[in-house]
Design a protein around this ligand. Structure first.
Ligand code: 8GT
Length: 134
């Protein structure tokens, strides 16, 4: 089997029930696609700690572990690796969401998510969020 890559990702949800999508920047794999904030879980790190770290780095906000609720996961084979990606949802954080590492950030209504091209692994996750937020 290909190398298993563990990535933790989070759907931030605002008071209007919109979801934060973040556009991958030029120069990275899958540049231009819209993803959930998050990243690779490092050795010795829990998925939750990894996500809290990545969200602080990428978006400049502070999330508490108690505010991360598991929703579903992606399990998807890419050319070079197999991605296992737990998806959390979070409705509470401290600070203001700020674009730091992505090309763009967008708050998107659940029914509009399919207008934003996402990595292949993310496609099955859209229906879970639409169901949660309808
Ligand atoms: N954060 C995030 N990563 C995703 C999503 N969907 C998806 O396939 N991925 C993949 O999971 C991996 C996440 O790694 P990453 O964001 O930490 O790393 P990266 O590709 O930016 O590279 P680098 O940080 O090593 O330079 C990438 O291969 C990315 O394409 C998603 O919704 N969010």
């Amino acid at each position: 089997m290909k190398k298993l890559l563990l990535v933790a990702a989070c759907a931030l949800i605002d008071a209007d029930g919109r979801i934060l999508l973040a556009q991958r920047p030029e120069g990275k794999a899958m540049a231009g696609l819209w993803e959930f904030p998050g990243g690779k879980v490092e050795a010795g790190e829990t998925p939750e700690a990894s996500l809290i770290r990545e969200i602080a780095e990428e978006l400049g906000i502070a999330v508490k572990e108690a505010c991360l609720a598991p929703l579903t996961f992606a399990s998807h084979t890419y050319t070079d690796f197999h991605l296992l990606m737990p998806l959390y949802v979070c409705r509470r954080w401290d600070g203001v969401v700020t674009q730091r590492e992505h090309a763009a950030l967008r708050w998107v209504r659940p029914q509009a998510m399919r207008d934003y091209p996402m990595p292949e692994a993310d496609i099955p996750l859209i229906a879970h969020l639409q169901e949660l937020l309808r």
